[in-house]
Structure formats: C-alpha cells, structure tokens
Design a protein. Sequence first.
Length: 366
Amino acid sequence: MSGSVELDLWLNEYEEAALSDALKEKGLTVTEYLQQQVDKAYEEMVPSDVRAQVARRIEEEKAADHAKWEASRHFAIFHIKEHGEETRFLINNSIEFLDAGCLLRNYVRSMQDQPSQGKSFAYSFRKRVDLIPAEFEAYVDERLTNSGRVTGAFDIDLDQGTFSAVHIDKGWQTYAAKDVCSAAYFAFRKQRRTNSDRWRIFLDRLDGKELRCEMEQAKAEEPQVLCGSRRLKPFEISFDGEISEYGHVLNFYMPAVFDPDAVFGTSVTSMENDDYVNVYAEYDLRTGEVCPALQVTLCRGDGSNDDCIYPLNEDERGWLLRKMDAYCQQEMEMPLADVRKQWQEEMKQVQSAPKPKGPELQMKGP
C-alpha cells in the first residue's frame, strides 16, 4: 500500500518561533496549521473527480492490506465458565492445546500460592477481545477447517472442572481440567526438553483420559466399588506431582507403588492386557476431612475408562490425612490446616468482590 509522503519545509528558527507564538492564540501548532493549508490546497486545486478516484484507490489498498493481515494473523479463542460467569474472547497469540494447559496450570498454582479475591482465569488475559456466541462458533468452524489462523479453540468450565479443546480431525475433546494441568506439569517438569518432547509427554499423559459426552455420562452407572483381597498399608501411601484445587476439593495424585490387583481387585498387572489405574485421593476443604473414597480410573487397553471408587476405612483416612499434611508442607510450604483456612477466607469474599483485571498470564514451566 502507498504511504504518507513527508514534505520538508525550511524556516528560520526565529521566524518559526514567532509563527508558533502567533498560532498559540488560535490553539494551533505550526505543524497543525500547515497541514490545514495543505488539505485546503488539495481541495481547491485537485478536481473533484480526481479526488474521488484517489480516495477509492486509497480505500481499496487499505482493504487489501487489511485482508492480507487477517489472512496471516494467528489467534486462539476461549469460552470460560468460572464463578457462575461465562466469558468468550479472542487472544491475538498463537496459543495451542499445550500452551492453554500450561496457562491454566499457572493460574491454578497462582491461586494456591497467592489467593486473590475476585480473580478469575478469563480476567488474566488483559488483551482479550470479547466475542459474542455467534462469533465464537464461527471461529470454531474455522478451526475445524484448519485454515491456519485459529491455533486453538477452548471451552474451559472451571465450575465443573472440565477442559475441552477442538481437534481439527476429531472435533471437541473433553478432559478433566486436573488431568490437563497434570499433563502440562509433566511436560514442563524438565527445563531442557524440546517442544516436540513436551508435546509427546503432554499427549501421552492425556491418552485414554478423554471424558465421555454428556449424554453418555448421564446414562453411565454409578462408579464401580473396588475391593481386593487386602487393604492399603500406611507405607504404600505416597503422592506425586502438584496438588490441584477444584471447587472445594484438593486433589492428590497417588502413584500405584502397591499391588493394585490385591488392593482393588483389578487385573491390571496381568500380561494378558494393557490396563492400568490412575489413583487420586481427595481432601474436602469444607469439612477438613479426607474424602471417604479414593477416586480410581481403570484405563483399559482398548482406550475405554471405568470410573471406580475405593471406600476408605478410618485407619486409611487417618494415614492419608497425615501424609497429605506432610506433602502440603513440602509442595506448598504450609500445613494443610492453613491451606483450608486460606480457602475459607477467600470463599467469604469471592462472590461479592469485583472482578479486576489481573496481570496477564505468561506461558512458563513449573
């Protein structure tokens, strides 16, 4: 596109100073006055049909440049539900699934480290461009066509604890938000990994953890109750990774360092299948107690998952509570009771507090 042309004018500095003083009375600078004179000369000396032709040419070039910019720009779209509020917006940045998972993890971790009343994930994006639902859906359709402009489309429901992303071949895929955050944590656990290695780890961690659609979930049976030939032992209880907060629950990942078949009655150690289990212990911030059952996801070799529970007895809940407290002090540098007190104080204020714009999140590792 053609640009503006700079015109050089020469004037003695004393003359310029005198002219400047005279124009101050009219509220003008020398530059503003001269611009007015040039515009006036253009109007008076250039024929109207020529001016119209020039104006059309300028507008056509502007439109062509804007279309070129639109075609080359990259952006991501978000639909976020949190604290009962919905926000749809666009971010002019190349944010992909891994990036969005890292951003959410950083937000969850910041809320644990420095709780801020009224803070929300959406308001962490200072340069967001708000979208209406129709615009959001149009960009989702564009993402599915793989135009290259929409680098990511995300629907994150923090009230329900779900994270959905559009796959260009498979459409919407939904995961537990805690699983996405955990996968991002492991992807960035070591600083010197290549981006391709981080993607591989991130996707491997999410493999087999996609949630069923709402209709399937509505039809699903109650979680299967697991019971093996023996109970958990205190030395078999340990935790790994970060502590995640979802709603009123703290979630602790428990690596299965014990024999899961003996404890849960499964058959994941068999050489006849590729099944495995993911185990989570939960702490209720409202009651200050360990939740009555372990959450166990039985991941089968065919890609299907079964949600199960392992009811805890009083001894096991007591062991877990002590281990959780020690792990909180190790990971969060505060005892479990202080974490709960902090959460309670925040909950008293979060509903009535305004929603200020927080600092923009940065994509960074742990």
